[in-house]
Design a protein around this ligand. Structure first.
Ligand code: GCW
Length: 697
C-alpha cells in the first residue's frame, strides 16, 4: 500500500493539504513516510538518491510548485512533448501518471487533479509500484458529477427522514436538526471523492417548510456541511422551494417576472455566497407532484429557471432545474394523456430560452426510474440547453437495497445510447457538453465550456455499510466512475470496487471471491428485470412504497402509469399511427424504430406497443410465454446467487456475510412473490397455459 512507501507531496492549496494528510495517515498506519515540499523546496532532488526525505517511491506534485524532482520533470517533459506545445494543460481535475526509475509520479495543474491522482494510485494498488508505466493522462469526461440527497431535515409524515432512502437515516440531518456527526460527513466527502463525485445537494427536492429555511436563517447548517466536504473537492448545493419569496420572504407573489421576486432571489443568493463562497447552486423541482412553480403565474419554466440563474450568475453558481414535470392528477379514463410525453411536451418548446447557467436535469427515462425505460427524448431535443441526466442510485424501483441490483450495466446503456441514431453522439457526450458541438450560444455574454453532467439520487444513509445492502455500495462507486469515464465496462468497474472494498477485509485468496461477486452482480439488473417487469412494462409495484408486486396497483390511479392488460393483450400504444404519439418525440431514426412493431427492441415492446399475448417476439417466443419463462428464470437466478453467497462464508467478515445472507433470503422471498403474482395475473387474464407446464398458482 501507499502507506508503506516514501512519498513527496509538492504544491499548495487546501486539496494538496488533503493529499498530504491522506498519505501521512496511510504512512502512520503502514510505516512509510511523507515529505511535504515547501515552494521551490523540491529543487534538485534526485529521483532516488540519498537526501533527507528520500529516496521517494511516490511523487505527487503540482507542476506549478516547480522545480520538481528530476524524474517528475522527465515525466512532465514526456507529457508536454506528446501533447505538443499548443495544448499541454492537464486540466482542472485531471492528472498525469507514470512510473519510471522506480518512482511513481503523479502531476496535476490544480489541487483537485492531485487528489484524483492519489485516489487513482490507491485504485491501482500494488501494481502502481510495480513495473514501469508510460505516461497516462486522465481527465473526467464530465465536469459535473453530482449526488442529490433526498434527505429531509425534519422527519416528514410521508417520506420520513430520507425520501426513498433505504440505508437508515440521513447522514446530514436528524429530527429537525443537523445530525451533528461532522467527522462522518467528512468521511463521506472522502468516499465520494474516491468515487469521483464533486458536487452534493444536501436536501430533498421536495422542499418542505423546515427545509426551505436552509436557504436563509439555517444557512449555517449548510455551511457546516460544506466545510467538511470542501477539503475533498466537493461543492455543496441546495434544493430550494420555488415559493421561497412567499414562504420565507413574506412576498405576496412568487411570480418570476415580478421585480420584487427577482430582487428577493438576488439578495438571498448574495447572502448564501457571503456564507459559502464556493456554493454550487440550487436544485429545483417545480410544478411537479404538488410542488410550487411558475405555472401558477402563467409563466414558463424558462422564466422560472432564469430568475434563479440570474441571481446565481454573478457568483458562478448554477441552477439544476428538473424536467420531471407531469400531471399526477390525471384521469385514468383519459387515453389521450400520456405521462411519457410530459417532459418533452413541456421543455422542448423552451429550447434556446434558458440562461447559460441553467442545467436542465432530465431523468434518464421518460417516466420514472423504472427497471427498463427508453432513454428520454428530451436529451435529443435541446441542443443549445445544458442538460444533465439524472440516475437513481437509490433503488426505489430496483429492489430498495434489499435486492442485489448492480445498476452500472443499465446506466452504461443509457450513456452509450445515440439518440440521433447510430451516426450521432452518445448521451454521455451530449451531457458532457462535447456534442452536438459548439452549437451552444453565448447568451448572457458567457460562453460555457461544459455540459450539465451526471446527477445521481444518493443511496447513502447513516447505515454502518453506508448503503444498507453492502453490495449496493458498488452502485455508488459505479455512478462516480461512469460520470468520470462513461465508456468504462461495468464489469471492470465492479472489479475495481471488489478490490478496493475487499482487499482490506477479505480472508485468504481473493480470486474465488471476485469470481463469485461477478457471478452474483454482473447480470443482477437483468435478473431483477426478469422477475419483475417484462418487456418494458413498468409500475407493477405496490403503490406508495413501491416495494414488491402489485400488477394493478397503479392501473386505475391518477399517476399516469398503466399497462392496459386485458384478456387479449398488454402494453401501451405510444405510436404515432394509433397511439399517444410519444414515439414521434424521438429524432427520425429512433422514432421509426420504436414506431415499428417489427423493429422495436423486445425489451421495450410493451412500452411502445399494445400487443396480443400470442404476439411472437424476435426470440421466437410469444409475449405470454416470455413472461412465464423470464419470471421462472429470474427466481432461479436469485436462488443461484444466494447459494454463491453462502459459499463465501469465511471469505468475508462474518457480520457482512450475515447481513447479505439475510437480505438474500428476503430477495428470494420477494422474487417468488413477483413471479407468482405476475404469472398468475397474466395466466388468469389470458387463459394461456405455460407451454412447459410449470405450476402457476
Ligand atoms: O420517483 C419519484 C419518487 C418520489 C420523488 C420523485 C421525484 C422526490 O417516488 O419520491 O420525489 O420521483 O423524482 O421528484
Amino acid at each position: 500500500p501507499i502507506g508503506s512507501r516514501r512519498a513527496l507531496v509538492s504544491g499548495e492549496g487546501l486539496l494538496v493539504d488533503t493529499v498530504h494528510d491522506e498519505v501521512a495517515r496511510a504512512c502512520a498506519r503502514y510505516g512509510g513516510g511523507v515529505r511535504r515540499a515547501a515552494p521551490g523546496g523540491a529543487r534538485g532532488l534526485p529521483a532516488r538518491g540519498d537526501h533527507a526525505g528520500g529516496p521517494f517511491d511516490l511523487v505527487l506534485a503540482l507542476r506549478a510548485a516547480g522545480p520538481l524532482p528530476a524524474v517528475a520533470e522527465q515525466v512532465d517533459a514526456r507529457f508536454r512533448g506528446r501533447r505538443g506545445r499548443a495544448d499541454d494543460a492537464i486540466g482542472d481535475e485531471g492528472f498525469v501518471i507514470a512510473r519510471r526509475d522506480g518512482v511513481t509520479v503523479v502531476l496535476a495543474d490544480e489541487p483537485a487533479g492531485l487528489l484524483y491522482g492519489l485516489f487513482h494510485v490507491v485504485r491501482l494498488g500494488e501494481p502502481a509500484f510495480g513495473a514501469a508505466r508510460p505516461v497516462e493522462h486522465h481527465r473526467p469526461a464530465m465536469r459535473r458529477r453530482m449526488l442529490d440527497h433526498w434527505d429531509n431535515v425534519d422527519v416528514h409524515p410521508k417520506s420520513g427522514q430520507v425520501e426513498r432512502g433505504y440505508a437508515g437515516g440521513s447522514i446530514f440531518w436528524r429530527d429537525g436538526a443537523p445530525r451533528g456527526d461532522l467527522p462522518r460527513v467528512r468521511s463521506y466527502g472522502r468516499l465520494l471523492a474516491a468515487c469521483g463525485v464533486n458536487a452534493v445537494a444536501v436536501n430533498n427536492v421536495n422542499v418542505h417548510v423546515t427545509e426551505a429555511h436552509l436557504l436563509t436563517d439555517r444557512l449555517g447548517d449548510v455551511a457546516a456541511i460544506a466545510a467538511e466536504l470542501r477539503p475533498y473537492g466537493i461543492r455543496t448545493h441546495l434544493a430550494v422551494d420555488f415559493a421561497a419569496p412567499i414562504v420565507l420572504g413574506g412576498s405576496p407573489t412568487g411570480d418570476p417576472c415580478d421585480a420584487r421576486v427577482r430582487k428577493w432571489w438576488a439578495e438571498a443568493t448574495e447572502r448564501v455566497y457571503e456564507t459559502i463562497p464556493d456554493f454550487g447552486g440550487y436544485v429545483v423541482k417545480a410544478d411537479s407532484e404538488g410542488r410550487p412553480g411558475p405555472f401558477a403565474y402563467g409563466r414558463s419554466h424558462a422564466d422560472g429557471a432564469n430568475v434563479l440563474a440570474e441571481a446565481l450568475a454573478p457568483f458562478g453558481g448554477v441552477v439544476h432545474w428538473r424536467a420531471f414535470v407531469y400531471d399526477h392528477r390525471q384521469d385514468w379514463r383519459d387515453r389521450s394523456t400520456d405521462r411519457a410525453r410530459a417532459a418533452h411536451d413541456h421543455f422542448a418548446p423552451l429550447e434556446g430560452l434558458f440562461r447559460d447557467n441553467v442545467i436542465l436535469q432530465v431523468k434518464h427515462g421518460p417516466i420514472d426510474f423504472q427497471a427498463r425505460e427508453p432513454v428520454s427524448p428530451v436529451i435529443a431535443a435541446m441542443p443549445s440547453t445544458r442538460l444533465a441526466v439524472e440516475l437513481q442510485v437509490t433503488q426505489e424501483y430496483t429492489g430498495q437495497q434489499r435486492h442485489v441490483c448492480y445498476l452500472a450495466p443499465m446506466w452504461s446503456e443509457v450513456l452509450g445510447f445515440r439518440p440521433f441514431g447510430p451516426a450521432g453522439p452518445a448521451v454521455a457526450r451530449i451531457v458532457a457538453g462535447a456534442a452536438p458541438g459548439g452549437e451552444r450560444g453565448t447568451r448572457g455574454g458567457r460562453a460555457p465550456d461544459e455540459g450539465g453532467g451526471l446527477v445521481g439520487v444518493s443511496n447513502v444513509g447513516d447505515d454502518a455499510y453506508w448503503t444498507g445492502h453492502p453490495l449496493a455500495q458498488a452502485n455508488l462507486y459505479a455512478f462516480g466512475r461512469l460520470a468520470w469515464a462513461p465508456w468504462t465496462d461495468p464489469a471492470a468497474i465492479l472489479d475495481e470496487w471488489i478490490d478496493l472494498t475487499f482487499a482490506p477485509v477479505a480472508h485468504g485468496d481473493r480470486e474465488p471471491l471476485r469470481r463469485a461477486l461477478h457471478a452474483i452482480m454482473d447480470d443482477s439488473w437483468r435478473t431483477y428485470e426478469r422477475y419483475t417487469a417484462p418487456l418494458g412494462v413498468g409500475f407493477m409495484v405496490r403503490p406508495e412504497h413501491h416495494y414488491g408486486p402489485d400488477v394493478d396497483g397503479y392501473e386505475y390511479t391518477s399517476w399516469g402509469t398503466y399497462h392496459f392488460a386485458d384478456r387479449d393483450g398488454v402494453g401501451v400504444d405510444r405510436t404515432r399511427a394509433t397511439g399517444t404519439g410519444f414515439a414521434g418525440q424521438y429524432p427520425p431514426h429512433w422514432s421509426a424504430v420504436y414506431e415499428s412493431l417489427d423493429r422495436c427492441p423486445n425489451e421495450l415492446l410493451l412500452f411502445f406497443h399494445h400487443v396480443p399475448y400470442e404476439h411472437v417476439l424476435h426470440s421466437g417466443s410469444t409475449v405470454i410465454q416470455h413472461i412465464y419463462d423470464t419470471h421462472f428464470a429470474g427466481v432461479e437466478q436469485v436462488a443461484e446467487a444466494r447459494s454463491l453467497w453462502e459459499g463465501l462464508a469465511g471469505s468475508v467478515p462474518a457480520a457482512l456475510h450475515a447481513r447479505v445472507r439475510e437480505l438474500f433470503d428476503e430477495q428470494l422471498r420477494c422474487a417468488k412473490e413477483w413471479r407468482d403474482q405476475v404469472n398468475a395475473y397474466f395466466f388468469r387474464k389470458s387463459g394461456v397455459p405455460d407451454a412447459r407446464g410449470r405450476r402457476i398458482p
